[in-house]
Design a protein around this ligand. Structure first.
Ligand code: GLP
Length: 234
């Protein structure tokens, strides 16, 4: 695992932007894994800027988002689908058919997850996966206790995670109790991974770096990946 320390959130986002721009330049058909949360927002703003400046072309890029709240429709303003559209997709030239996000209101939950895994395989696998990290060490919505072999599935969110994410909702009780998430095994199959963590994640990042692989700190599984970079704000 490589660690890049940056002195500000702006520099962290800039470094991540450089990696994505370079990856799409080298492979215009890149399969890009995307994350939500506030941490990647700086990266998304820079990607929009890079697109407007002619430095990146998303016309052949395919994306797969990590997760989605269970029970929220695509057009719900708290859904990750809505978040992605507002903060990135509506401002770049990505084709609608190349965007993949789990359907929070899928009737057949098992089939929705199995279909997502099939779609990732059909696209040739994820080339570059962007990750954030939860205060409890979760990646995507793989909460503590998630297994190394876990695949895309429905998961019950921990109270801590619901509390942390309540800032995006009017009331805490509105935060869904369940979510669809890619699994640890799904994430580790990405060819390259970059995890972004601002200074508010200092505590959990130092725990991840210190610990051996530990399912109670899901991000520690990333140590098994040969091409994983942590870009952190010091
Ligand atoms: C949510 C998302 C994660 C994200 C985490 C941290 O739980 N499912 O993918 O990493 O939030 O979010 P933030 O960057 O806002 O701290």
């Amino acid at each position: 695992m490589q660690i890049i320390k940056t002195s500000s959130y702006r520099k962290l986002s800039k470094k991540a932007n450089e990696i994505v721009v370079d990856a799409v330049f080298k492979n215009p058909n890149l399969v890009l894994g995307l994350a939500t949360g506030s941490t990647p927002l700086g990266l998304y703003q820079l990607l929009i800027k890079s697109f407007k400046g002619g430095k990146i072309d998303f016309s052949k890029v395919k994306t797969f988002n990590l997760d989605e709240y269970y029970g929220l429709k695509k057009n719900d303003s708290q859904s990750y689908s809505y978040f992605m559209d507002k903060n990135l997709f509506s401002k770049i030239n990505i084709k609608k058919e190349n965007i993949h996000i789990l359907n929070g209101v899928a009737k057949n939950k098992k089939e929705e997850c199995a279909k997502y895994e099939r779609e990732i395989k059909k696209a040739g696998g994820i080339d570059l996966q962007i990750l954030g990290i939860g205060a409890d060490g979760h990646i995507a919505f793989n909460e503590p206790g998630s297994l190394l072999k876990s695949r895309t599935r429905l998961i019950k969110l921990k109270e801590q995670t619901r509390k942390d994410n309540a800032r995006f909702f009017e009331l805490k009780k509105e935060v869904p109790k369940f979510a669809f998430t890619m699994g640890i095994a799904t994430i580790l199959e990405a060819k390259k991974i970059i995890l972004l963590a601002g200074k508010n994640k200092k505590e959990i990042i130092s725990q991840v770096l210190k610990t051996k692989i530990n399912p109670q700190i899901p991000a520690s599984f990333l140590k098994l990946h040969p091409r994983c970079i942590f870009i952190v704000e010091e």
